[in-house]
Design a protein around this ligand. Structure first.
Ligand SMILES: *[C@@H]1O[C@H](CO)[C@@H](O)[C@H](O)[C@H]1NC(C)=O
Ligand SMILES: *[C@@H]1O[C@H](CO)[C@@H](O)[C@H](O)[C@H]1NC(C)=O
Ligand SMILES: *[C@@H]1O[C@H](CO)[C@@H](O)[C@H](O)[C@H]1NC(C)=O
Ligand SMILES: *[C@@H]1O[C@H](CO)[C@@H](O)[C@H](O)[C@H]1NC(C)=O
Length: 354
């Protein structure tokens, strides 16, 4: 069975399968069922449990940011996530894989060994065939921003692996009631905050998310759900990603796309702010001559503002390179700055009226 599955022309050696969704949406239960399904297909499979690999306060710090509810260190959480991917990369590169973590790796040693042992043990079952049996890694984390999932995609692309994503769609009430039966329950603020953050896979917006499915985990998982995921993994093993011809070119393309989108959205939002300001001025009986002056000043201010923003986004290398880019947040921050300028202009004009 395993031998038939393995070694086909163009088949990937491994598949990285991202399981994403709210805490307590049922990712771990799904992963366990998938392991059985994978074994049935003759795949060597294991779960990469981020919650166990990433220890201590990182578990909380990664979630709530900036609002002081839970102390946050986004940078630290990000470094841990990247460490997980680096360990996977090392494992994939090593022809004689071992369960040892590299020196200085901040991850939980026992959890990593368990993950790797699961792969190595399935190899021991049938050594002759298993060497070629595809590897399936089920990455179990919330992965609430696309940028977090994109890091996994990039790794899959670098090594011509299969890549797919499963979004576990689950209503908040079910997650919360499931949480209560867990051994390590999660504070309510964390689940609720994550509801606001979560951006589920969106292939219309990001073509690299094409290979994604959603399953409804509000109720019990059905055999059919498991089958759909197994088929998705099977199909991604048959269609490995091609490494980008030139990674820097791709990076630059991604950066520009992101910057363009920020400028566009900010422009739209500024227009709305301007029309609100004009409305306020009219309601304050500002004279027509001053209305024209207001329109001209706001328009000039917007043009200067957008030009500065564009310059910053397109020429500052830091943008998108060392931060999880949340476009909406960047836009919001920019619009807040413009809104401040707008108010000053508006107040000045309304003041002149008297
Ligand atoms: C966050 O973590 C990083 C890396 O561990 C560290 O360099 C930085 O000082 C931390 N920042 C805060 C505010 O704790
Ligand atoms: C999760 O369960 C714990 C313990 O039962 C509880 O303290 C916590 O508030 C729950 N979180 C949510 C979001 O319900
Ligand atoms: C998910 O399944 C539950 C029952 O298990 C159902 O009530 C709900 O409508 C489903 N949600 C969607 C989006 O299909
Ligand atoms: C889910 O499974 C449990 C136990 O297997 C069962 O008691 C329950 O009725 C099931 N719920 C649904 C909605 O099928």
């Amino acid at each position: 069975m395993a031998a038939q599955e393995a070694g086909g022309v163009g088949r990937a050696a491994a598949c990285l399968c991202v399981l994403c969704g709210l805490p307590a949406a049922g990712k771990s239960s799904l992963a366990l069922r998938l392991l059985r399904g994978a074994a049935h297909r003759g795949w060597r499979a294991s779960v990469v449990p981020y919650d166990d690999l990433i220890l201590g306060q990182a578990f909380h710090t990664r979630v709530v940011e900036g609002d002081g509810v839970i102390s946050n260190n986004h940078t630290e959480w990000r470094l841990h996530r990247q460490a997980v991917l680096r360990c996977i990369e090392r494992f994939l590169e090593n022809p004689q894989p071992s369960a040892q973590l590299p020196d200085g790796c901040p991850l939980n040693k026992a959890a990593w060994e368990q993950c790797i042992q699961a792969l190595l043990q399935s190899e021991a079952v049938d050594r002759s065939a298993a060497g070629q049996a595809p590897l399936v890694l089920l990455l179990d984390d919330n992965f609430y921003y696309p940028s977090m999932r994109y890091e996994v995609y990039q790794l899959a692309r670098k090594y011509s692996l299969g890549f797919c994503q499963v979004y576990l769609q689950c209503d908040v009430e079910s997650c919360i009631s499931r949480n209560q039966t867990r051994s390590k329950p999660i504070p309510s603020v964390v689940i609720l905050e994550m509801v606001n953050r979560l951006e589920s896979p969106n292939p219309q917006k990001y073509s690299w998310e094409t290979n994604s499915i959603s399953i409804n985990t509000t109720g019990n998982l059905s055999t059919c759900d498991i089958q759909r995921v197994i088929e998705l993994i099977s199909s991604s093993l048959c269609n490995p990603l091609s490494p980008s011809v030139d990674n820097t070119e791709q990076k630059e393309a991604d950066r520009l796309k992101c910057a363009t989108s920020v400028v566009h959205q900010t422009d739209q939002a500024c227009r709305r702010h301007i029309s609100d300001a004009m409305k306020t001025a009219r309601e304050n009986q500002v004279a027509p001559k001053q209305m024209r002056s207001l329109a001209a000043q706001l328009s000039a201010s917007k043009a200067t503002f957008l030009e500065t923003l564009r310059r910053q986004l397109f020429h500052e290398a830091s943008f998108t390179q060392d931060e999880d880019v949340d476009i909406d947040r960047v836009v919001k921050r920019a619009v807040d700055v413009f809104d401040h300028e707008k108010k000053e202009i508006l107040l000045r004009i309304i003041g002149e009226k008297q």
